[in-house]
Design a protein around this ligand. Structure first.
Ligand code: SF4
Length: 300
């Protein structure tokens, strides 16, 4: 690590691998926060008076997200929401971390659980077959977050997805051969049924996010979810991490390349998916049942 910050006399604690800029803790934090604000403004994520439901797991990304949003001068109310999936040996610690952060920031955390929405924990739903863990978890978490956000009158939902997550998602769409998502052609007649989602960390790498958490003493040692190893994303994450290390800027190129592709394709007609309401829960869906109710019916 080089000795000096490029912006003051203090010791550098972070070097940007792309530009080689060196930062002390204070200048790194200011640079990181400015990057988050630039992404919010570029993608018009927040409007004056918004009530933003912030998905707060208590892990590093959402901890940094809530801290930075609370620090930025945004004309918006923040409402943290924590979803307890019911994962033994993991979730209790992260919920405690989420509660502590909200106490520190003077925000009230709304806690919802899988048992609230289906009477079972994720561990019980998987019933000794953990291979689909992340798909079950993601589907029910989306439902839990959407419902809770609507209950508190939120206008948008903010999640802690960072640049790494975005680049991984682009690659995974190709790996699955999912042309609908690759070409961004999933359009519906029911925009108003969904709360818009925003990702203020979408242009910040995980490395930067962790560095911000460390520099600002936000992170504590937390266990890793025991189901992480079953995710397709785990392999993509590892491979992409190696590429980024050897060629800094690769993830940004993947994400901006995808944006250019979508801009070139432009708006398309005749691809509107008609949305109705789930017969069981009333959530928007293009099928008889929404993804969460269909999943619960299969696992009943
Ligand atoms: Fe859920 Fe998978 Fe994340 Fe664990 S790793 S919290 S199962 S999505």
């Amino acid at each position: 690590m080089p000795a000096g910050c490029d912006h003051c006399e203090k010791k550098a604690v972070y070097v940007d691998p792309v530009t080689k800029q060196r930062f002390c803790g204070e200048h790194f934090s200011a640079w990181f926060e400015a990057g988050v604000l630039a992404a919010i403004e570029k993608y018009h994520m927040i409007e004056p008076g918004d009530r933003i439901a912030v998905g707060l797991s208590g892990g590093k990304d959402s901890t940094v997200l809530l801290t930075v949003l609370a620090k930025l001068d945004l004309d918006a109310e923040l409402i943290p929401i924590t979803v307890d999936e019911g994962i033994g040996g993991y979730r209790d610690d992260t919920i405690l971390a989420a509660t502590r952060l909200c106490d520190k920031l003077g925000l009230a955390d709304k806690l919802v659980s899988f048992t609230d929405i289906c009477g079972k924990t994720l561990d019980e739903l998987l019933a000794n077959d953990p291979r689909q863990a992340c798909s079950v978890c993601g589907t029910l978490r989306r439902r839990a977050l959407n419902q809770a956000a609507r209950e508190v009158g939120a206008t948008k939902i903010a999640t802690g997805h960072c640049l790494d997550d975005e680049a991984q998602s682009v690659l995974m769409n190709y790996l699955r051969g999912d042309l609908t998502r690759v070409t961004g052609s999933f359009q519906t007649n029911a925009d108003t049924l969904f709360l818009p989602r925003i990702k203020p960390l979408c242009r910040s790498t995980e490395r930067e996010t962790v560095a911000y958490g460390l520099v600002n003493h936000l992170l504590t040692d937390l266990p890793e979810c025991p189901y992480t190893k079953y995710a397709l994303r785990a392999g993509v994450r590892k491979g992409l991490g190696k590429l980024e290390y050897k060629n800094p800027g690769t993830m940004m190129n993947i994400v901006t390349g995808q944006e250019k592709l979508l801009a070139k394709l432009g708006p398309r007609e005749g691809e509107i998916t008609k949305m109705g309401r789930c017969e069981i829960c009333g959530e928007p869906t293009s099928h008889r049942l929404c993804a969460a109710c269909a999943l619960l019916e299969r696992r009943a």
